[in-house]
Design a protein around this ligand. Sequence first.
Ligand code: FE2
Ligand code: FE2
Length: 308
Amino acid sequence: MLRSIEPLVAGLARQHEAKAEEWWPSAELPRAYLPEDAGRLAEMQRRSKGIPPAVRACLALNIVTEEGLPLFHQALTNMLPAASAFLSWAHRWTAEEDRHGHVMRDYASLTGIVDEIALDRMQFAFLRNGWDDGWDGDPFRVFVYTSLQERATQIAHQQTAAIAGQYEPVLGGFLKTVARDEARHYAFYRAVFAGVLDADVDDALESAAAIMPLMAMPGGSMPQYRDLAETASRAGIYTLRHYHDLVQELIRFWAIGNRTPSTDRGRAARDRIMGIPARLTKIADRMEAARTARAFQFEVAFGHEFTL
Ligand SMILES: [Fe+2]
Ligand SMILES: [Fe+2]
């Protein structure tokens, strides 16, 4: 089946390459060894001091997630056919994703806005623990998961850019560039999955129904992941409402409601997917109603306590 949609994938990859931005992490930042960059560097360091601890914690979460790339590269290439347009895409994608962790890490080094040793420890633990992708050997799930995940990371980078950019514009600037990469990845993966739905609607709907109810962001094995994710939610960087909106957007883009599976299991999967947005709204309403301010503290944000 994947071989049958290979021409579609090759075409989407060509479209992607035509739209892709050529940008380099090292060119986004002042270089500490260049005398002509010294003023920019000092200004960036000065302004970054104002970035609040909650935003620093979210940035650390985003860095460690991006730096999980070896896990994601392996998961993706394991699932895709050898010597194919899929694999060629996976390499292009990896090269682009590698820029994300790179630029954010370098920024952290130049500014010292996070505790770098704590960050190293988190990254080591995350990579060391591995990642259970939840795809269960099903390649269709890969394209559902990646569609959701790319859009989720786009939102997280965009929101961090909007908040952090008020304090320090260099950070806000390159996070927007990163978010645009994620937006193009999202466009690619969701178009691939639309092709999967066209080719094998019953199985595709079942795969989507397995992932969409609540996509688990990678990172669950990271130390303090729950509190970091809760911080991102309370800071408005990535919330369940965002997830609701992106699920709804994909239901519309994939025209799930208009798909006509030929089996009961396909129809059941379609109906399950159609019920997800209402269920997410209910959960978010309940969570927000029960929420009271609480204190957070992260070693990676220098142990400064903050309340959200
Ligand atoms: Fe990324
Ligand atoms: Fe991406």
